[in-house]
Design a protein around this ligand. Structure first.
Ligand code: ADP
Ligand code: ADP
Length: 227
């Protein structure tokens, strides 16, 4: 597991005029916690998550992961976006195996990992289907399995359930908590949905409208009882 220390992070996107997006974010994310980042559209949530993923550099300030200065993306951080972007010409299982393939894991090892995580996300039986056979919720499940198969210590999730219907979303939220309890990962979850942030998070960081700054941090008193 790994946590983050974010110190004085600001982000200004270039352009005329420049877009001041995040201002002076100071935050510690604990090992193994489920942290929700909540705020109105455009306040810089995605930018903050991309900074944690190493996909964006802060304009000023520093980010540490597990005590080490964060430099670019890393295999210990899995990212799940709203659009799971599965390769349509690969089966579900082959999509999940992709990261392991790039790392040179043996075929048997890849197969075993894909099976384990497809089972975990509730896609048993869909291994050899192609993405177009899956519903929206199931594509998200496959995207989550793909991230988990690389055994990341941290899951960075950006509105992953934003494009699925409401009832499916509730089911996915519940299942995500089950997976988080089973896999003991640090999760940083970006959403603009208050009930989602509170249902999922141990803590909720509330960002102000752009430029995003931390306006409140809530400890969630009664998260869903552990099963
Ligand atoms: P949120 O996820 O909270 O909706 P974002 O981080 O996506 O917020 O965006 C915050 C602000 O930064 C927006 O005004 C957006 O237009 C701007 N922004 C985001 N990415 C870029 C970029 N690559 N270049 C310029 N401006 C950007
Ligand atoms: P959605 O409501 O978008 O289908 P879920 O991930 O909640 O998303 O799917 C619920 C269940 O419905 C799946 O686990 C699966 O058993 C079944 N299902 C959904 N779509 C299909 C499909 N295209 N083919 C077969 N079963 C499906």
């Amino acid at each position: 597991m790994a946590g983050f220390t974010i110190r004085g992070v600001s982000k200004v996107y270039g352009g005329t005029p420049p877009t001041e997006t995040l201002t002076n974010i100071d935050l510690t994310i604990e090992d193994g916690e489920f942290l929700s980042i909540l705020g109105p559209s455009g306040c810089g949530k995605s930018t903050l998550l991309e900074i944690l993923a190493g996909l964006q550099l802060p304009s000023s300030g520093e980010v540490f992961i597990g005590g080490k200065k964060l430099q670019g993306p890393g295999i210990e951080r899995g990212v799940v976006f709203q659009d799971p972007s599965l390769y349509p010409w690969r089966t579900v299982s082959k999509n999940v195996e992709l990261g392991l393939e790039l790392r040179g894991t043996t075929k048997a090892g890849r197969r075993a990992a894909a099976q384990k995580y497809l089972d975990l996300v509730g896609l048993t039986g869909f291994e050899n289907k192609y993405p177009h056979h899956l519903s929206g919720g199931m594509k998200q499940r496959a995207g989550l399995a793909r991230a988990l198969a690389n055994s990341p210590e941290v899951l960075l999730m950006d509105e992953p359930f934003g494009a699925v219907d409401h009832l499916t979303r509730l089911q996915l939220q519940d299942d995500l908590l089950d997976i988080w309890e089973a896999e003991k990962k640090t999760v940083v979850f970006v959403t603009h949905d208050v009930s989602e942030a509170v249902f999922l998070g141990d803590r909720v960081v509330l960002l102000s409208p752009r430029p995003g700054r931390i306006s409140r941090i809530f400890q969630v008193p009664q998260k869903r009882p552990r099963k």
